[in-house]
Design a protein around this ligand. Sequence first.
Ligand code: AGP
Length: 622
Amino acid sequence: MEDRAATLPPTGVIRVCGIIGYIGTEEAAPLLLQSLKRLEYRGYDSAGIALIREGKLIRFRRAGKVRDLEEAVRTEEIHATIGIGHTRWATHGAPTDKNAHPHLDCSAKLAVIHNGIIENFLELRTRLAADGHTFASDTDTEVLAHLIEDRFDGDLLLAVRQAVLECSGAFAVAVLCEDVPDRIVVAKRGSPLVVGLGETGGFVSSDIPALLGKATDVQFLLDDELAEIRADRLRIVGLDGKEIHRPAHKVSIDPVSIQKGGYKHFMLKEIYEQPRSTAETIREKQTADGTSLVVPTCGAQVSSCDAAYLIACGTAYHAALVAEYLWEEHLPIPLHAVIASEFRSRRMHVTPKTLVVVVSQSGETIDTLMALRRAREGGARILALVNAERSAIDRESDATVYTRAGIEIGVAATKTFTAQIAALGLLGLALGQERGTVSREAVREELRQLTLLPGKITEALRLEPTILELAERLHRAKDVLFLARGVLFPVALEGALKLKEISYIHAEGYPAGEMKHGPIALIDEGTPVVMLVSGGVAREKILSNMEEVKARRGCVVAVTDVPDDPAIRRLADHVLPIPTCLGISLPIVFSIPLQLLAYHIAVCRGTDVDQPRNLAKTVTVE
Ligand code: AGP
């Protein structure tokens, strides 16, 4: 992988924000606003743009969502063909108008937007203030505007390069200056930045989705690189000022993939994409005849490793936990799924004989990235499992297994979760084959089962009308429990996370056997308890747990692949039947009704399903 040798950014808090910049022949204001909406998944508590109109720099910014900014900008009256835009997720400094980006220098001729944190900003701010600079915000970003102002002598690229040389921390920065109205200058360390060219001009963005349909050829900047973007060309330089040449990548993602396609929300569209996203993920990991596996495994490391860690956050952690259950069936070594932020703070034992698998949809989650670096210090080889190619985690790993879920825009992960389970399941089998603990026949049988998976997911999706009715009954609940055993326990955790994230209802996932050790106290008359019951996973035991819930007059929702079981019929208030599944398919198909339930409860409650409060799609904050 050509980018794996990227330099390592420093540690530190990195703010989640979206950056966009454009110079060309189109009207910049509507283009920037449209792109900011596509970047809103990165942060949505304030937004702003700066443009150069008739030789003068103008700025608009607002606390709130991009639609609030849009109301403040009369695009039809602003004729400008160059500009930068920013959407923010505040960690330092309240999400107010004055802290919204872009930030200006003293002369108000130069505007800066920034994703990251300038760790030495206090020291720089004190010095700049003593030199007479006036600060108008509480942000660290503003020091960049004043630093660049200090250095600027007609050459903007040089001034930005000198300014970032004085900064420690992480940044993706874009700078606009009315004295040089034919270019945007950008710099990167730590936070992602993509530059590109298209038919109508030059672009910069934090991520590809904002550039779809606009840029045709893009380059992912590496750390400590700067770029000068003009309407018809890009120039990339290092911190030493030396020019860097490398081939651009063609943008191959279909812009249709970032449209709602008739669905009310991206989340619902993404739920319905799962027959295809899981099939795509599986297709790539097998030979054309569908009988053997083709999965990168870090080779020699695997046959001799004596333990494996699966490291991830949030939903990806739940997929890692599913993998722990699936892998222990055939990998006779200790396996630990660990939350990335905990992995970093604990004394986890990592040696060159440890296999480390890092799971992340975005490939940019800072906790996961830092855990990866920590594991590398112990000498482990790192296998990544990501959805975003060329992301930081992809680049910094020794080998990568990709999920092929396509871009996921809904903040609540759905199709990437099931794709992660599919990919991790197959990776586990490939690891087992390399160690000689999984036979070719076992692989062939699992792959045969997986050919049935898209059809089974489609069948589970047909439950939507029933789930909609159920959501109408349950959406006023205060607490919801999700209980399961074995490999379905992490699916219960994920069901609870989905509900919390988008409906703001308190929900907990528990191993059903643990219920009597505490959570049973939450069960009161009518408390919804979603129980996952599979014919193949400790059915008798979970039926006893169902009795316990009913004895406390809880409201049992049974998601089950054995819906005709008389005990379930007797005990459950609501039954959601799903098709019978085995192996890797089982946790995937059980996830579908839980996603639909969370979605419809959230819609009933009127929440912002695709952009739930306080969350961001890519969490680059430690
Ligand atoms: C999922 O619904 C969440 N938004 C969140 O838990 C997410 O899975 C987590 O932040 C990890 O993200 P990653 O997969 O991009 O690393």
